[in-house]
Write a protein that binds this ligand. Structure first.
Ligand code: SF4
Length: 109
């Protein structure tokens, strides 16, 4: 009966190896997903185009408030002073702090 110990150990090794091999493709997907999360919103992205998003607010033709920027928008969650940050409208992507779109809403003081 004590001879079963090596069998159990080998089975465990085989199981762990199989789990590791099965998980490898997903690990790669998770890593690339993280990289994608830091992608900048492109002005040509369909959602961005629909909202008139521009990386440089001074080039926005529909902007009526000259002080309106992504950095002072209520949807912007980037850190002060950084060039870009996340926007709740564009989930998983970053917008330029000096950008703007028609969804702009003044951040509460
Ligand atoms: S919703 Fe606000 S932070 Fe997001 S892109 Fe438009 S202006 Fe910028």
């Amino acid at each position: 009966m004590a001879n079963h110990a090596p069998d159990n150990s080998r089975r465990r090794f085989i199981k762990l190896t199989a789990v590791g091999l099965a998980a490898a493709p997903f690990a790669n997907a998770l890593l690339s997903g993280t990289a994608r999360a830091a992608d900048m919103v492109s002005e040509t992205d369909p959602q961005a185009a629909a909202l008139g998003y521009v990386a440089d607010a001074t080039k926005a033709t529909k902007r009526t408030d000259a002080t309106a920027l992504c950095s002072n928008c209520s949807f912007y969650t980037g850190k002060a002073g950084e060039a870009s940050g996340p926007c709740a409208i564009f989930q998983g992507k970053l917008v330029h702090a000096n950008g703007w779109c028609t969804a702009w809403a003044k951040k509460a003081a």
